[in-house]
Design a protein. Sequence first.
Length: 84
Amino acid sequence: MPRRPAVERHGRDRQQIWTIVERQEAEIGVCGKLFDASGIGRLVDADMNEESTRLKALKTQQQLGILALSIADTQPDSVIQFFR
């Protein structure tokens, strides 16, 4: 009994899709190896650590500024003494 053209086309299409999927999986694996081997991951981690440290420093400066304003608001005489 001969196969119908639609069934044959479906089989070819399915095989082509799996070929594409397998190729993409292989490319993802290669990219992952290049990413690890080239040290890009370490550079990204280093940048994130640097930015995290910078952000912590800015938050600390902000907190100190708020504290200074709070002290100045509650004890204005002590602030005036700094300018004498």
